[in-house]
Design a protein around this ligand. Structure first.
Ligand code: ZN
Length: 461
């Protein structure tokens, strides 16, 4: 360790207290990679500030020493963005936690960045409210990570991305300056909306420390139905009819291709089969009920009409919370799938709905020689134009050629990342989704806000 590094670590220890910094073997395994567990690498040190002032002190010192930092939340990312690189210091927000306030009239919540998403759900639920961001990693992801990656999830069709649910932010800039923009108003057109720069920029422009979030009333009940469809065109028809019949009460519309569904019922719900037959496609529909009895009738009428029209071949409606949880488990088995298929690679692409069927057929055909014994597993958020593809490759060497097929076919009309972000894993393909002028402006913003390139260097750009 160089003299300057030792001096920096000593200064960080003085700023954070003895338990605020960990070095050497004391750094747990979990800080060495995100959920992909790719490129596992222990950081030079792990710092765990408890307050915004401590985050500012860390960045002031690292900026002065030109010391690169990787920012870590719940480490549930899938783009490699929070995985340390050699010589980086991990800045974990895991101790900067807590809900500061809930305003039931303004429908806002003020929270610290390290707070787990599930803790927010629990707290606002006590007030009859909901924070509408929801995703499979809810128990371990943190709101700061959700904000810096502009997380999507299961309710985007109704409430939008994380960006649509953030009213204000507090951010520590690369040199330790604290930018306080804790706006709590729905309408505020007073100049540039600076918070948007930090939402979805994956910690490359600043470290989110606190946020003001938008809340919504919780529905009286969530009614869940699983339907089987004979074709992709039928899936699109079900989406169209559901939107028309349920309007703003359509909370989720999630789709699964047959291979994904079959994996899930076998491995995630112990072989229980909601339907006797196999079908090519499935959709999980969630209705946010205000009047559970009459809303349940509307859902039944809708499904009956879809069956008559031939768009739905079979349907089940959850009759209890346990039923509903079981249907959601089928959709949320992606974690098990990733663990089961090794080596594996996962994509979160988006494109117009009318391009999906041809795109997927093309990918299935061209990727076949690179895959292991399973077909690609396809599922996702149809209403958002966002599909996930999980593919087991015959060998790790096949990941790069498969990336080239999946991302190459999106050139000019889709996005290489709908919701997981670019991180390090998709960096080479950013140009497939952004123009040279956009990329140039991104680089200018990066060099303006982080001139010494210490914040998550080599991520996104
Ligand atoms: Zn998703």
């Amino acid at each position: 360790m160089s003299h300057t590094t030792a001096a920096l670590l000593e200064a960080l220890g003085a700023a954070l207290g003895a338990d605020g910094i960990v070095t050497g073997p004391g750094i747990g395994d979990r800080y060495c990679a995100d959920s992909t567990r790719l490129n596992v690498c222990p950081p030079l040190a792990l710092v765990r500030p408890r307050t915004t002032a401590e985050v500012a002190a860390v960045l002031r010192l690292c900026h002065a020493a030109v010391q690169p930092v990787v920012v870590q939340g719940g480490l549930t990312g899938l783009a490699g963005g929070a995985t340390p690189k050699t010589g980086e210091i991990s800045l974990s927000l895991e101790r900067l936690t807590g809900i500061e306030s809930v305003d039931r009239d303004a429908l806002t919540l003020t929270v610290r960045a390290g707070t787990p998403l599930a803790a927010i759900h629990e707290e606002v639920g006590r007030h009859g409210l909901q924070f509408a961001l929801d995703l499979g990693a809810r128990g371990s992801c943190s709101i700061g990570g959700n904000i810096s990656t502009n997380a999507g999830g299961n309710r985007v069709i109704r409430y939008g991305m994380t960006r649509d649910l953030v009213l204000g932010l507090e951010v520590v800039l690369a040199d330790g300056t604290v930018l306080t923009a804790m706006n709590s108003m729905m309408k505020n057109n007073a100049g540039y909306d600076l918070k948007q720069l930090f939402i979805g920029s994956e910690g490359t422009l600043g470290v989110v420390t606190r946020a003001v979030l938008r809340l919504h009333p919780a529905p009286a009940e969530r009614l869940t139905a699983l339907v089987a469809a004979p074709s992709f065109a039928a899936l699109v028809a079900i989406l169209r009819e559901s939107r028309a019949a349920l309007g703003g009460q359509l909370g989720s519309f999630e789709v699964m291709w047959s291979a994904y569904y079959e994996f899930s019922v076998t491995h995630s719900i112990g072989g229980q089969r909601p339907f006797a037959e196999q079908h090519p496609f499935y959709a999980l529909i969630e209705l946010e009920a205000l009047e559970p009895k009459s809303d349940a009738e509307r859902l039944e009428v809708l499904l009956a009409r879809l069956i008559d029209a031939g768009s739905v071949t079979d349907a089940v409606i959850a009759r209890s919370l346990a039923d509903s949880a079981r249907l959601w488990r089928i959709r949320e088995s992606a974690g098990e799938l990733l663990a089961y298929l090794q080596p594996v690679t996962a994509y979160d692409i988006s494109m117009p709905i009318n391009a999906m069927e041809a795109y997927i057929k093309d990918i299935e055909r061209r990727s076949a020689p690179l895959l292991g014994k399973w077909p690609p597993f396809i599922f996702g958020h149809l209403g958002d134009g966002n599909l996930h593809i999980v593919a087991s490759v015959a060998s790790a060497a096949n990941v790069a050629p498969l990336d080239a097929i999946v991302y190459g076919a999106l050139d000019g009309f889709g996005s290489v990342s709908a919701e997981h972000g670019i991180g390090v894993l998709k960096r080479g393909y950013l140009g497939k989704s952004r123009t040279p002028v956009e990329l140039q402006l991104m680089r200018q913003l990066k060099s303006t806000l982080d001139p010494r390139n210490i914040l998550n260097p080599g991520r996104v750009l």
